[in-house]
Design a protein around this ligand. Structure first.
Ligand SMILES: [Zn+2]
Ligand SMILES: [Zn+2]
Length: 346
């Protein structure tokens, strides 16, 4: 065991504070990562405040981790000391089920082990990236290409893969019209990735406040959903709508913007169940779908794709003592577009 510094929520809804935690010894297939940067994901806040149900405290959030390998276990084959690596939303899975075998560990039938707010195989709590070091099995880390700075790479580990995976799965690319609903941490990555895939990209945002940014990041069009004319003008337009919002939506209204055979894919979910008249799907053979993060191999593919196209996330770099303030700003959508903690300040 080694004692390392971290920022933790001591209890639900309590502000995060500096503390120390124990990391497990570096096992046979483990790597020790000196964490350089950790992104702040909206789900960190949900969990630290028990918005998604009972949680484990103290909690060290953070599943957008970028750092450098400083020690490797005797059986490690993929990484050596000095390699630049990332860790995303999970750090283990059963490795045997049909989904794990296909590289879809995010859908492991036994459930994967979340990077924080979970218990590992030995029943020990997992602690996330708001920390100076983490020990992780080499099979659950990914390589960060040299051309990507670690700070802008960190948010790719959740926001990047969460938008990349459905865009790939539903075949975003040349000749396809993709709408990205919401222009926040996830949405801004959706715009960059869909554009880089060659799709024609439209942002659907509540207002036109971030229009200039959206166009700069690769959107071809930008509409305000608060304007009823948007829905008239864009009826039957899109092959794919990627919804990154977790506020309750008028799903029928958004489904009306799809072409025949179009898909409305949710990567965010409202806390309350939704009701929908299914005729909104029948006419036009439409799909209402969901998608959750991505597997390890696909996360590597996404990082390589971003490096090849020369982009990471748009970030605001903060010190660890600004985390609580950053949480408030995330809740009021006052961030362009991802807070990233410089973990050397912990
Ligand atoms: Zn996340
Ligand atoms: Zn599995």
């Amino acid at each position: 065991m080694s004692t390392v510094a971290a920022y933790a929520a001591p209890a639900a809804k309590a502000p995060l504070e500096r503390t120390t935690i124990e990391r497990r010894p570096v096992g046979e297939s483990d790597i020790l990562i000196d964490i350089k940067f950790a992104g702040i994901c909206h789900s960190d806040i949900h969990q630290a405040r028990e918005g998604w149900g009972e949680a484990i405290f103290p909690m060290v959030p953070g599943h957008e981790i970028a750092g450098v390998v400083t020690e490797v276990g005797a059986g490690v084959t993929k990484y050596t000391v000095g390699d630049r690596v990332g860790v995303g939303c999970f750090v283990d899975s059963c490795r045997e089920c049909e989904y794990c075998r296909q590289g879809l560990e995010q859908y492991c039938v036994k459930g994967n082990t979340a990077t924080y707010n979970a218990l590992d195989k030995n029943g020990e709590p997992t602690y996330g990236g708001y920390s100076t070091h983490v020990v992780v099995d080499e099979n659950y880390a990914v390589r960060i290409p040299d051309s990507l700075s670690l700070d802008v790479a960190a948010p790719l580990l959740c926001a990047g893969i969460t938008t990349y995976s459905p865009l790939r799965h539903w075949n975003a690319g040349p000749g396809k019209k993709v709408a990205v609903l919401g222009m926040g941490g996830l949405g801004h990555m959706g715009v960059k990735i869909a554009h880089a895939m060659g799709a024609e990209v439209t942002v659907l945002s509540q207002s036109l406040r971030k229009r200039e940014d959206g166009l700069k990041l690769g959107a071809d069009h930008y509409y305000a959903t608060s304007d009823p004319k948007t829905f008239e003008e864009l009826a039957g337009t899109f092959d794919i709508i990627l919804s990154t919002v977790s506020a309750p939506l008028d799903f029928a209204a958004y489904l009306s913007l799809l072409k025949t055979d179009g898909a409305l894919v949710n990567v965010g979910a409202p806390e309350e169940p939704v009701s929908l008249n299914l005729f909104a799907l029948l006419g036009g053979r439409k799909t209402l779908a969901g998608s959750m993060i991505g597997g390890i191999a696909e996360t590597q593919e996404m990082l390589d794709f971003c490096a090849e196209h020369g982009f990471g996330a748009e970030i605001e770099l903060i010190r660890a003592d600004q985390i609580n303030e950053a949480y408030e700003r995330v809740l009021s959508s006052d961030v362009r577009y991802r807070f990233v903690i410089d973990t050397s300040t912990i």
